[in-house]
Write a protein that binds this ligand. Sequence first.
Ligand code: GLY
Ligand code: MN
Ligand code: MN
Length: 446
Amino acid sequence: MPRRPSPDLETYSARRSRLADSLRDENAVLVLYGGELRTRSNDTEFRFRPDSDFHYMTGLEEPGALALLLPGAQPGEPPRFVAFVRPRDPAAEVWSGRRVGPQGAIEQFGADEAYAIDELATRLPELIDGYDTVYLPIGRWPALDTALATAIHSLRRRNREGCSPPRRLGEVGDLIGEDRLHKDAAALASLRRAIELSAAAHIAAMRATRAGMWEYEIEALIEYEFRRQGSSGPGYGSIVGTGDNATILHYVDNRDQLREGEVLLVDAGAEWDYFSGDITRSWPVSGRFSAEQRAVYEVVLAANVAGIAAAEVGGSIDAIHETCLKVLCEGIAELGLIDAKPDAILEQRLYRRFYMHRTSHWLGVDVHDVGRYTLGGDPRPFAPGQVLTVEPGLYISASDESVAEGFRGIGVRIEDDVLITAAGPEVLSAKAPKAADEVEALVRGG
Ligand code: GLY
Ligand code: MN
Ligand code: MN
């Protein structure tokens, strides 16, 4: 079966074309590497996932592949896409799967030229000869750093033959990061699908939750929902923490038992075409929050709603954080978690005992996606087409004896994924219920 990139060739070609002017103006080439299989143990490997920038620009999914983008001569001309991939090898393919091969890279992925990766050392010098700058993800792939340094060195040694090695290496991060930050139609479609599957899985998990189950059962159910609908799986390690475990921000052990009276926190997102959803919901194991749990929940929900309202063109991630902090600090004072006025809790940053992370991050191919957070030292103003999370929380450790007993061992985070549009924030994760009554009803109703 031939492999077709998803979404389609035009999307990847348009992404490459958007870099054309920058590359031509700087007489620069761009080199990306798809990465390698990584050993899991002895002779077994983790399932391969290509480098995010590499896949975003090429659609290629194989290990051991490399792409060069070389500027066209004329303005408006798309960059020349040269691919290096593993050569076809029927014997090896019987064991470890089909390969696209150089011919396939041209026919199925739109490469202008393609070679076997074994030819990289001989071909790379001539390909980069005469360009001023080589953009690459510096330090991300030691094999790529070495291949380029070796190619540049070999050109330098041949300068009497008229070779002209690039003088500069440029970090590719901003160049592709800025493009990834502004979602194109295909990126947005993939994200919508990833988030839709994520929301459906959260609903399924709420419905299934019962005291006595184990965190890994909820994890398995969520990931089954992702996979059965064609997702490649979770976009990051699913966090399923009950009771005090929910106060550990990146709790991924997921091997404790759900007890009556606890709040369960689930932070899980499906990956679809290499774009990740990122949703957190928190619900009572028994289907009914205690008074203290509900009070904490309502504070976090109010912060989430206020934060989302601030996700407008011209707003910023810092402004969302400040909006959420204000609501959280008022709640912390009102609940008596800290005996101080909201202003003091905010200004002296006393809230950090219960809220120790920031509120938002860009979302896209990577769950913590690329793209600059500041411009010229200032918080970056939102523009249409950007997608970010809004994820306030309150985390009260079971061992915190400074708060009333009923508040101990509660972790609540409510995380949504939001698209910036000219008409205001669009909550892409809106299908995942978050009103306390609705969440309770789902758990109780099955
Ligand atoms: N799931 C990681 C995060 O929410 O940032
Ligand atoms: Mn997040
Ligand atoms: Mn999350």
